[in-house]
Design a protein around this ligand. Structure first.
Ligand code: AGP
Length: 612
């Protein structure tokens, strides 16, 4: 996915746009560009990070009180200067920035080539600007009408902003499948892929909906119509976000800040939803669907990546205490396999960004088959938050680091609350057990705080394994998903190959990998499967594997056989993932830093995959 920014008003646009790109760089960072209108329409674009663009424009004319800018995560066409956005029309009178994928771009491109248009880039996005240009010229319509006619010919996802030197009083923005937010300033407007570039200027925003086109004028007028030319009244919302959440606040990386925010973010996920004194768990956002959940024949969790791992913890939670059958599906698989969905199924879509294309498509498929879909999202007003039937926000605060950390534990917290709520309503656990669990859950943020204090021990372990070529992560029960999550964290930021497995699965093949060069991380809390995990550790040990074990504080047995141990506080088995994940996040962070990797913006990745 990419980050797009636009500004129109009385201020100089460039400083606003370049800062906006810096805020959105986590969405994509292989090339960047800016278009500025000051009578002339000037475009400057460069491969590399936003800083490269800043260097490139140092001696250029960057004046102008309106403009658009873009930071790219390449889908079609390699990352280079030419494929960077914005893209000019042939006449160089209009330009476009685009986030998304035009699925029928090759058909459109062939038609435009036949009409004599010359393409400069290998991107799908470039067909849009030539088509808009062609329609304007041939049908003698204004920019907004040309955009509307163009979008009616397009198949795919888009968030676009178009700027024209012939209509220097407006920007035209449109959205379908990729996010776009309009900030309403004091007679000026800010447009961006999410609220992070907008919040320091205004808290009044309009989230564009699919098939909406916005004409944003210098005179402070905002006109929204659909691609069918139906007028829509802008729905202005107040941002909850504040600027301090978007800064590193003394941490070297956003990821480290977000790891250390977890006592607060878990507390915020619980806030207003857990009342131990009254013995209450209440999720207001899904209150209308409580009965549906309680009577569900099956709960299907759909998600991607780390959110899928949270969903796997959710399966163990919901089946263990709420006794509801659960299936966890990769959204990218569910959307294409001919799955069996019944009206009595309740789907839970988990997504930090609320913009993951595969998860959105899976939601729409489930809804088309009559199922109810609830969302667990972290970004207020995101697409998934808006298209699901209801949902709960994780309230973890903006997660800027591409590797998801606090969002994972916040998602698991919400799933824990859901499982407890359903268990209580279904009577699948006793009142005393319920009270014991919610009392322990209330204390989890403090236990996360305590777990974070082991960071130096973890850093020392990282030092010993920073050159490892492979890692294995092993866990059982509630900690099998944690093993998967720990492996993903390591590989996505340190580029070391790592695999997560159920510990017992080792004997079915992977144990052949074990030798003195293989670090094996075991999640081995003193809970139900402790003795089984201990045996698995012995099996690995006897084949010279190097053991790093996450153990319950005070455990002396595993300390005797493991090479390295990290302690976490004692807690209920079902809450261990909220603690055992923390040292694995810290381990991957320090190894990545020691390997001089770009922790917050790892190569090839983007924070939210808004294309399939
Ligand atoms: C997590 O560290 C990754 N960045 C990635 O797997 C992410 O969890 C996945 O793309 C899903 O994103 P979402 O939660 O925003 O839908």
């Amino acid at each position: 996915m990419c980050g797009i920014v636009g500004y129109i008003g009385e201020k100089q646009a460039y400083p606003i746009l370049i800062k906006g790109l810096q805020r959105l760089e986590y969405r994509g960072y292989d090339s960047a560009g800016v278009a500025l209108l000051n009578g002339d329409l000037n475009i400057y674009k460069k491969s590399g990070k936003v800083a490269e663009l800043e260097n490139f424009v140092k001696e250029k004319d960057i004046s102008g009180t309106m403009g658009v800018a873009h930071t790219r995560w390449a889908t079609h066409g390699e990352p280079n200067d030419i494929n960077a956005h914005p893209h000019f029309s042939q006449s160089k009178d209009i330009a476009i920035i685009h986030n998304g994928i035009i699925e029928n771009y090759s058909v459109l491109k062939d038609e435009l080539l036949n009409r004599g248009y010359k393409f400069t880039s290998n991107t799908d996005s470039e067909v849009l600007i030539h088509l808009i240009d062609d329609i304007q010229k041939n049908e003698k319509v204004n920019l907004a009408q040309a955009v509307r006619i163009t979008l009616n010919q397009v198949i795919g996802a888009y968030a676009i902003v178009v700027i024209s030197k012939n209509e220097p009083d407006k920007l035209v923005a449109a959205k379908k499948g990729s996010p776009l937010v309009i900030g309403i300033g004091n007679g000026d407007f800010y447009i961006a892929s999410d609220a992070t570039p907008i919040v320091e200027y205004t808290k009044n925003v309009v989230y564009l909906n699919d098939y909406e086109i916005a004409v944003i004028k210098k005179n402070g007028n905002l006109d929204i119509r659909t691609t069918k030319n139906e007028k829509h009244t802008p729905y202005i919302q107040k941002l909850e976000l504040n600027l301090s959440q978007l800064q590193k606040e003394g941490f070297e990386h956003f990821m480290l800040k977000e790891i250390y925010e977890q006592p607060r973010s878990i507390k915020d996920s619980l806030r207003g939803r857990l009342n131990v004194n009254k013995g209450l768990v209440f999720l207001g956002g899904i209150a209308d669907y409580e009965q549906k959940l309680i009577n569900a024949e099956k709960i299907v969790i759909i998600a991607c990546g780390t959110s899928w791992h949270a969903g796997l913890v959710g399966e163990y939670l919901l089946e263990d205490i709420a006794r509801v059958p659960v299936e966890v599906e990769y959204a990218s698989e569910f959307r294409y396999r001919n799955s069996v969905v019944s009206e009595n199924d309740v789907f839970i879509a988990i997504s930090q960004s609320g913009e993951t294309a595969d998860t959105i498509a899976a939601i729409e498929l489930a809804q088309s088959k009559g199922a109810t879909v609830l969302g667990i999202c972290n970004v207020v007003g995101s697409t998934i938050a808006r298209i699901t039937d209801a949902g709960s926000y994780t309230h973890a605060g903006p997660e800027i680091g591409v590797a998801s950390t606090k969002a994972f534990t916040a998602q698991v917290t919400i799933l824990t609350l859901m499982a407890l709520m359903i268990a209580k309503k279904r009577g699948s656990i006793s009142t005393s057990k319920f009270h014991q669990l919610i009392t322990e859950l209330e204390g989890i943020p403090d236990k996360v705080e305590k777990t974070l204090k082991a960071s130096n021990i973890v850093e020392a372990i990282a030092e010993k394994f920073k050159y490892a070529k492979n890692f294995l992560y092993l866990g059982r029960g509630y900690n099998f998903p944690v093993a998967l999550e720990g492996a993903l964290k390591l590989k996505e930021i340190s580029y070391i190959h790592a695999e997560g497995y159920p510990a017992a699965e080792m004997k079915h093949g992977p144990i052949a990998l074990i030798d003195e060069n293989m670090p094996v991380v075991f999640i081995a809390p003193k809970t139900g499967l402790y003795e089984k995990v201990k045996s698995n550790i012995e099996e690995v040990k006897s084949r010279k594997g190097v053991i790093i074990a996450i153990v319950t504080e005070g455990d002396t047995d595993i300390k005797k056989i493991a090479d390295y141990t990290v302690e976490i506080p004692q807690t209920e088995a079902m809450f261990v993932p909220l603690l055992s994940t923390i040292p694995l996040q810290i381990l991957s962070y320090h190894i990545a830093v020691m390997r001089n990797c770009n922790v917050d913006q790892p190569r090839n990745l983007a924070k939210s995959v808004t294309v399939e």
